[in-house]
Ligand binder design. Structure first.
Ligand code: CU
Length: 146
């Protein structure tokens, strides 16, 4: 009996934590809307510019098509109010590496020049243990370099 009472508060705390965190996250959860691939336009200055919205848990658009050898400028805009996200691309070693934090409600602009054609995943690796990662919840996309 005494053992049970001692264990009680701890279990209650975990249940409370899960309920609180779950409630904070659940309303924003929705299936990721991938939509059609976006062929990123090349501006007059030669830069390929696009805006990507970061939500819980999706990127919109999620599939970007760019040309190799020309700079890419992505405006990453978070439309969340609480949950921070990031935007990661790990392409071929020495060719493409992006890891950008985007706080809730913030906008960050990143620039990179993909050299090697290929199809690379983009994703958010944020995770609030013991919940699945944002990527597991559908926060991933594709960068297609042609
Ligand atoms: Cu995320």
């Amino acid at each position: 009996m005494q053992k049970t009472m001692r264990r009680g508060p701890h279990i209650l705390a975990v249940v409370w934590w899960l309920a609180t965190v779950g409630a904070a996250i659940a309303p924003a959860a929705e299936p990721s809307q991938s939509g059609p691939p976006l062929v990123v336009p090349v501006a007059a200055d030669g830069v390929q510019r696009a805006t990507v919205l970061l939500d819980s848990y999706s990127y919109r658009p999620s599939h970007l098509i760019v040309e190799a050898g020309k700079p890419v400028e992505l405006t990453l805009t978070s439309v969340t109010t609480i949950i921070p996200h990031n935007f990661i691309i790990k392409g071929p070693v020495g060719s493409l590496f992006v890891e950008q934090e985007v706080s809730a409600g913030k906008t960050v602009t990143i620039t990179f020049t993909p050299i090697q054609p290929g199809t690379f995943p983009t994703y958010c690796d944020k995770r609030l243990w013991p919940l699945p990662s944002h990527r597991d919840k559908g926060m991933e996309g594709t960068l297609e370099v042609r």
